[in-house]
Ligand binder design. Structure first.
Ligand code: DAT
Ligand code: MG
Length: 142
């Protein structure tokens, strides 16, 4: 019996997109061996982001997070491969880009800009349930 191939939702956030880092993020995903199942460039709506970040509603960084994420274009990607949810989180590194280890996307490419929300280049789903929920938000036809 084979297990179903896992999928994860990755976003190159507006900071990463504006700096032209979509290609670098995709390069790392492909170099790791995961495959791309869907890809789109889009400017997120506040409604989409309220759904996507529902778990964070009410936290001090929630409004700044929605402001930041709706401030420009993002590259939205569905990646595929066994354990790619855990694997991409490892590639991304810690949430705080100052603490994220060198070698990770956030550690190599991100830094603290002294804002109310951490701008950290990428999002990656944190569980199979989150991945299914998030993929439906960003790729309703997939
Ligand atoms: P992650 O993106 O690592 O899954 P998260 O889901 O806890 O982190 O938070 C979503 C985003 O919100 C995160 O990428 C950056 C920002 N953020 C999280 N915690 C924060 C904090 N304490 N202060 C400022 N921004 C924060
Ligand atoms: Mg998260």
């Amino acid at each position: 019996m084979t297990t179903q191939i896992e999928r994860s939702l990755v976003l190159v956030k507006p900071d990463g997109f504006a700096r032209g880092l979509s290609g670098e993020v995709l390069r790392r995903i492909e170099a790791k061996g995961y495959t791309l199942a869907a890809l789109a460039v889009t400017t997120p709506t506040r409604e989409q982001l309220a759904e996507h970040y529902a778990e964070h509603e009410g936290k001090p960084f929630y409004e700044p997070l929605v402001d930041f994420m709706s401030s420009g274009q993002v590259t939205a990607v569905v990646i595929e491969g066994h354990r790619c949810i855990e694997g991409f989180r490892a590639l991304a590194g810690a949430t705080d880009p100052t603490a994220a280890l060198p070698g990770t996307i956030r550690g190599d490419l991100g830094r603290d800009w002294g804002k109310k929300v951490q701008e950290n280049i990428v999002h990656g789903s944190d569980s199979p349930e989150s991945a299914a929920r998030e993929i439906a938000i960003w790729f309703p036809n997939l």
